[in-house]
Design a protein around this ligand. Structure first.
Ligand SMILES: *Cc1c(COP(=O)(O)O)cnc(C)c1O
Length: 399
């Protein structure tokens, strides 16, 4: 016996998979997916239970490692990423922890972009005490990745576009470097989501997600996932999940599952608004520079358009005149934008990266990374873009 699949045409496209992939309905025939809040599952007899615990028969056993609502989210996200497997995790960071624990051992080496999410850098550094060493290299220079490769390099880790500078890395070039050295490439696809970018189609082996961001899309839950070929997920990650328990709760999985249904229309609408806002910001006298991959002024504009389905995504960063004071004045004059470092919400959020998400870096580290005191990051939601312009105008017009 195995867990059945939804009866979909094999060539069903992403938008259809986003609303249909998962599990067949229960005997009650519900049209909206059920939320299975149960810690364990009942077996018909002791012999069946024994077979299921020994992995000889596929069935739901215990929600630390198998739950129908979580499976529905995993199957749907895998299909949207264009791959066969996915494992849900308690958070985006739990997903990266699972990735490291499942793939690496003492003596292994990792090459990672220096521009990835701050907690990701910290996590790779923390694993040094278990004998896993990480070299951090430029987001945009594939040559640096090639030079950093060693005989014991097992994993390359990238995130694109980066936060808050929206620097884009060339996924195909990094996949080639990884594979030439016998390593795997994992990409954190949080900023684009599969609606705009499918790293596996560009040669990446694994994709990590913070479901907290665009996948949920309404700022409700903490969630994460690792996607990749089903055999690799089953061999490397399911056993670690079973023993380490980095599990995604069924409720949070259900919220993400329903979020995936509207992901592509949200990403499209939010990216369109972000582009309009970025164009407007570029014309403001109080704005010194705008960072947005959808603008021709962006250094990797062509690569971003090719890699991200012609879209710049929904995050715009810009530098205002007047340094930190100018940035704070711009943020504090807003009445609509939510002042929070989170992103991927339908509510537009605004933050000062130097003192929040990147506040733990030293000033020279921030300067080297280009995260100056005058920088403001806006993660554009579904607010009316004219209201957002007026909201930012209030502070910018006084600088
Ligand atoms: C938020 C974020 C994470 C971490 O996700 P959590 O769900 O908060 O643990 C990882 N990568 C990126 C790019 C993020 O923005």
């Amino acid at each position: 016996m195995s867990i059945p699949r939804v009866n979909l045409p094999p060539d069903a496209r992403q938008d259809t998979l986003a609303v249909r992939e998962g599990l067949p309905p229960s005997p009650w025939g519900e049209n909206s997916e059920a939320l299975y809040l149960t810690s364990s599952f009942v077996h018909p007899d002791a012999a069946t239970a024994a077979r299921r615990f020994a992995n000889e028969e596929e069935a739901f056993v215990y929600s630390r490692f198998s739950n129908p609502t979580v499976t529905m989210m995993e199957r749907r996200l895998a299909a949207m990423e264009g791959t066969t497997g996915c494992i849900g995790t308690a958070s985006g960071m739990a997903g990266i922890t699972l990735l490291i624990m499942g793939l690496l051992k003492a003596g292994d080496h990792v090459v990672c972009s220096q521009s990835v999410f701050g907690s990701t850098i910290k996590l790779f550094q923390d694993f040094a005490k278990f004998g896993i060493e990480t070299s951090f290299v430029s987001q945009t220079e594939p040559a640096q990745w090639r030079e950093a490769m060693r005989p014991n390099t097992k994993l390359l880790f990238a995130e694109t576009p980066s936060n808050p500078l929206t620097e884009v890395c060339d996924i195909r070039a990094l996949a080639d470097i990884a594979h030439a050295g016998g390593a795997l490439l994992a990409v954190d696809n949080c900023f684009c989501s599969p609606a705009l970018q499918q790293p596996v189609q560009l040669g990446a082996d694994l994709v990590t997600h913070s479901g907290t961001k665009y996948l949920d899309g309404q700022g409700r839950v903490i969630a994460g996932a690792v996607c990749g070929p089903e055999e690799l997920i089953n061999a490397r990650f399911v056993p670690v999940m079973r023993s380490a328990g980095l599990s995604l709760s069924p409720f949070n999985a259900w919220v993400v599952l329903k979020g995936l249904e509207t992901l592509s229309i949200r990403m499209k609408a939010q990216s369109e608004r972000a582009l309009q806002l970025a164009q407007w910001l570029e014309a403001q006298p109080a704005v010194e520079r705008v960072y947005y991959p959808g603008l021709p002024s962006h250094p990797q504009h062509a690569l971003a358009m090719a890699q991200q389905n012609g879209s710049g995504g929904a995050v715009v960063s810009f530098v205002v005149k007047g340094g930190r004071e100018g940035a704070f004045a711009t943020i504090d004059a807003t009445r609509i934008c939510s002042i929070t470092a989170n992103l991927g919400d339908t509510k537009t959020t605004i933050t000062h990266p130097s003192s929040t998400s990147h506040g733990r870096l030293s000033e020279p580290q921030r300067q080297a990374a280009g995260i100056v005191q005058g920088m403001v990051r806006v993660a554009v939601g579904l607010d009316d873009v004219e209201d957002l312009k007026a909201d930012l105008s209030a502070g910018l017009s006084r600088l």
